[in-house]
Ligand binder design. Structure first.
Ligand code: BMA
Length: 321
């Protein structure tokens, strides 16, 4: 098993999730014309790691870029965005690409992202080598964001979480699940989880969206997700956890009332969009009971946080509502 990045919990901390001491791991000017690098996804690849990074340029155009690393901490990100070739359809428009997720299923790495097609919807692509990329049909009609694939088929079908939205800074949003026999046609849409009542769990009362690829545990699928509260100064994004039924993941078994990681340090509170913690990927090692969570901080940089999977599960069960 490849070593994932890790740091023990600081001695003076009793947090379930703790931050990497060298955060942020990727700064906003990581490639020559970038304004910001954030909300990005990483996976184990060959003898190291690969990733798909959201780099907005200095015209603030949103696009995704491939990158590589030996240790999953120091990243070399390509200076040119990913060029897609036609996948399971003729080439379709993409005005912009952002917030990628990556997962290996069967024989290839699948990428989902928010694709600009008359507004945001979910784009799908794949690669075998992170050099050549193929773009498939969009999964859904506009508008939609946060398309997150499960890492294996469920009942013989691909499964994807998503969050139907609007064309702006959406003031609502619940998590849905859809199935596909072929990564082209999506249906059997089911509601998974809605926002919480403000009085019950304020941090997730405006909208919620799936984060990293869900992880299969003994209790079911561990889904880390972002939740948003609308404050007098705008949206604030934090991260919570839910456990979904293994066979039927539209059934929520547990869900945290408290957030697990919320904007609290400088690089999360200050940036192009203040007060954003936005997880898009996680590396995990079930045997070692470790998870390394990659998140965008303040829509400006990429940061890393750690936790023990068993503790996250315990917390999610005991803190559920
Ligand atoms: C969402 C997306 C994310 C971003 C977040 C906070 O709608 O645009 O990429 O991190 O807003 O600005």
């Amino acid at each position: 098993m490849k070593k994932i990045p890790w740091q023990d919990r600081p001695k003076n901390s009793n947090e379930i999730i703790w931050r990497y001491s060298e955060n942020p791991i990727i700064n906003r000017f990581a490639i020559p014309n970038s304004n910001s690098v954030f909300n990005s996804a990483v996976v184990p690849f060959e003898d190291g790691f690969a990733g798909v990074f959201r780099c907005d340029n200095k015209a603030v155009q949103m696009n995704i870029f491939a990158g590589f690393s030996k240790n999953a901490l120091d990243w070399e990100i390509n200076h040119k965005p990913i060029q897609m070739k036609a996948g399971n359809t003729t080439m379709i428009d993409s005005d912009y690409k952002y917030d990628p997720r990556v997962v290996f299923i069967d024989d290839r790495y699948w990428i989902t992202w928010c694709n600009g097609y008359h507004g945001p919807t979910i784009g799908i692509g794949y690669t075998f080598d992170f050099k050549e990329f193929f773009q498939c049909e969009n999964a859904f009609l506009p508008f939609n964001r946060n398309g997150v694939l499960f890492p294996q088929k469920i009942d013989g079908k691909y499964a994807m979480l998503s969050r139907p939205s609007d064309n702006g800074h959406t003031p609502f949003g619940d998590i849905y699940l859809s199935y596909s026999p072929d990564m082209k046609y999506w249906g059997e849409h089911r509601c998974v989880m809605k926002t919480a009542a403000f009085e019950q769990s304020g941090w997730q009362s405006t909208k919620i969206g799936a984060g990293p690829i869900p992880i299969l545990t003994s209790e079911g699928w561990l889904m880390l997700y972002h939740g948003v509260i609308n404050t007098c100064n705008g949206f604030r994004y934090a991260m919570g956890a839910a456990i979904l039924d293994k066979e039927q993941p539209d059934i929520v078994k547990y869900r945290t009332r408290d957030y697990l990681l919320g904007p609290a340090v400088n690089y999360e509170q200050v940036g192009d969009v203040p007060n954003v913690v936005f997880p898009c990927a996680a590396l995990h090692d079930i045997e070692e009971d470790k998870i390394a969570i990659y998140y965008g901080a303040a829509d400006t940089v990429v940061a890393l946080a750690f936790g023990h999977i068993s503790e996250i599960i315990e917390f999610t069960k005991n803190n559920s509502f």
